[in-house]
Design a protein around this ligand. Structure first.
Ligand code: KG4
Ligand code: ZN
Length: 309
């Protein structure tokens, strides 16, 4: 079964041609460079760019695949930026009508989670930690269709905090890769920015954000030397610690047969290293599938709506 999938929930425009568990080809364009100068995604610009980029990507796909060769069309319907989501939704539904093919609405978070199903049979129940610029969630999966959130952030998403801290420290956008690089090369002692663990599966990152901003201000005011690398590395150490601590607790309570990591922040080197220590059956996405992409929407469509024989 061939699926043509669309992803446009945030700042990545992506189309995937997928067939029976395999990605035939993915066509993607990111908007990071455009949003960089604003220090974050500007929703109005994002949706306008999706309109333009998705059309280019579809033209490219058409050069290699007959649109009529697809059996289904899938698209991300939520969560995300409304204007951006609409672009994928309109394109998918219009194609569905023209080609007379069924159109499937896929939850973006289910896409991040079920991307773990590429070349893998997932074992249930499972626990998934999904960390991105928009979300920080722990999920319990009973099967491909029964997924529930057991904990999430009460304020900022972890990727968002990475981006804000990086902006404060003036080390670039997106903040995640910049901070991760500093962490990897850091050999010194860490500042303790540890977060309080409230023993639930929820997260709150506003405390650590304020702690770091205050720490930075104080040094600035006193004209003291500011060790950017030390602050960035210490932030990463503390934030990964709480993500791992809460996932570990969920593993003890829910006794899953597998654990899944996903979302943009799952590209983080330290998080990946610590996550795989948690369970013998861990699923960590290839780096290219950590960020938003349409292939994860295609596989979620395949796994959640299997073909009836
Ligand atoms: O899932 P994603 O590609 O997009 C949305 O959230 O929509 O996630 C992007 C986030 C950004 O906040 C970025 O800073 C973060 O993922 N990120 C990382 C790393 N690479 C990307 N965070 C920590 N470490 C990384 N290596
Ligand atoms: Zn995402």
């Amino acid at each position: 079964m061939r699926i043509l999938a669309f992803e446009s929930s945030h700042d990545d425009s992506s189309i995937s041609a997928y067939e029976n568990g395999k990605i035939l080809k993915e066509f993607s364009m990111t908007q990071t460079e455009t949003h960089k100068k604003w220090g974050g995604t500007v929703p109005e610009i994002a949706s306008r760019l999706h309109l333009n980029n998705l059309s280019i990507l579809l033209e490219n796909l058409k050069k290699e695949y007959e649109l009529d060769s697809f059996d289904r069309i899938a698209y991300t319907y939520k969560p995300g930026l409304i204007g951006s989501l609409h672009m994928g939704q309109i394109m998918a539904n219009t194609l569905g009508k023209i080609l007379d093919k069924p159109v499937y609405k896929i939850n973006h978070m289910h896409g991040h989670i079920l991307a773990a199903g590429f070349n893998n049979e997932l074992e249930f129940p499972s626990i998934a930690l999904i960390v991105s610029g928009g979300h920080t969630q722990i999920w319990y999966l009973k099967n491909y269709n029964e997924l529930k959130i057991i904990g999430q952030t009460k304020d900022d998403a972890v990727g968002e905090v990475y981006d804000k801290i990086a902006r404060k420290l003036n080390i670039g956008f997106p903040g995640g890769p910049a901070i991760d690089k500093l962490f990897q090369n850091y050999k010194g002692e860490f500042i303790n920015f540890d977060l309080l663990d409230d023993k639930t599966y929820n997260f709150s990152f506003s405390g650590i954000k304020t702690k770091i901003i205050n720490y930075h201000h104080k040094l600035q005011q006193n004209n003291e030397n500011i060790n950017i690398q030390k602050i960035a590395a210490s932030y990463q150490k503390s934030v990964v610690k709480i993500l791992i601590q809460k996932t570990k607790r969920a593993i003890i309570e829910y006794k899953p047969k597998s654990i899944i990591l996903g979302g943009g922040v799952s590209a983080n080197s330290y998080l990946r290293k610590e996550f795989l220590k948690l369970h013998k059956n861990y699923k960590i996405p290839d780096l290219k599938y950590t960020t938003d992409n349409a292939s994860m929407i295609a596989i979620a469509c395949d796994l959640q709506f299997p073909e009836k024989n």
